[in-house]
Design a protein around this ligand. Structure first.
Ligand code: ADP
Length: 241
């Protein structure tokens, strides 16, 4: 086994590791390296902020970290698994158990209630457990809004339903793409506080943000430009850089 094929030691506390991951797209003007040989290691329980200008590769990176896309070369290890070795079906299940998604656009199903939207995320566990979904809504302070449709909820409440949905399978990793991008200041604070307490409970958080104040919440900031990491800044003693 050559060194690059060695699994990360799950006893060590690295939960995510990218090794020289490259993702390229063929466009009219030739090939674009959306991610160009990126290596990145994330510690279990770390809060990582990903920043960079538009087109720098943030979404591409998030898609790889969330097992929504595959690298063309290099490898992506998550929770001790080389995700490229998983079949499509294994990957779907692995994703559902390992990663919770929190998007800027809430992606709630408009004709389902808050409770049903959260229950939907349990799909891969085959039983949709109403009590677990209610408990998840309780964790974000929204148990009393369980029967409301998204249109009957404020933006902040909708984002909290998304967080409840992301938490339903108790995934170790939370992937947040501009989680407060659509919120007013008061709701930004509520959502930020929730993320902080989830991080304190041990969830690893990977967060794309344009907002410098949000980025400051993280343990470490990684800045992308032209598909490469051009700067890393450690903000707390717990991050590995
Ligand atoms: P960001 O999220 O930082 O705005 P992206 O990861 O979306 O950046 O994009 C990085 C680069 O890859 C950009 O130049 C973008 O145009 C290109 N790109 C992204 N997705 C595709 C695609 N599906 N087809 C062609 N080019 C793409």
């Amino acid at each position: 086994m050559d060194e690059s094929q060695e699994p990360i030691d799950s006893a060590q506390d690295t939960i995510i590791e990218l090794r020289e991951a490259t993702r390229q797209y063929k466009g009219r003007a030739g090939e674009v390296r959306a991610l160009d040989s990126v290596s990145l290691s994330v510690r279990r329980g770390e809060w990582l902020a990903i920043t960079g200008p538009s087109g720098s590769g943030k979404s591409t990176l998030v898609n790889l970290l969330g097992c929504l896309d595959r690298a063309d070369s290099g490898s992506v290890w998550i929770a001790g698994k080389d995700v490229h070795t998983l079949s499509r079906q294994e990957l779907d299940q692995f994703r559902a158990e390992t990663v919770g998604f929190i998007f800027q656009q809430f992606h709630l199903i408009p004709y389902l209630t808050a409770l049903e939207n959260v229950m939907l995320a349990q799909y891969f566990h085959s039983i949709t457990d109403r009590e677990e979904a209610l408990a998840s809504l309780r964790r974000v302070g929204l148990e009393d809004r369980a029967a409301h449709l998204p249109s009957e909820l404020s933006g902040g409440e909708q984002q909290r339903v998304c967080i409840a949905r992301a938490l339903i399978n108790q995934p170790p990793v939370l992937l947040a793409d501009e989680p407060t991008g659509n919120l007013d200041a008061a709701n930004q604070e509520i959502v930020t506080g929730l993320l902080r307490s989830l991080n304190q409970m041990g969830h690893t958080i990977l967060m794309v943000t344009h907002d410098p104040a949000m980025a400051q919440m993280a343990d470490r900031i990684v800045e992308l430009q032209h598909g490469r990491i051009v700067a890393e800044r450690k903000l707390t003693a717990t991050s590995p850089v």
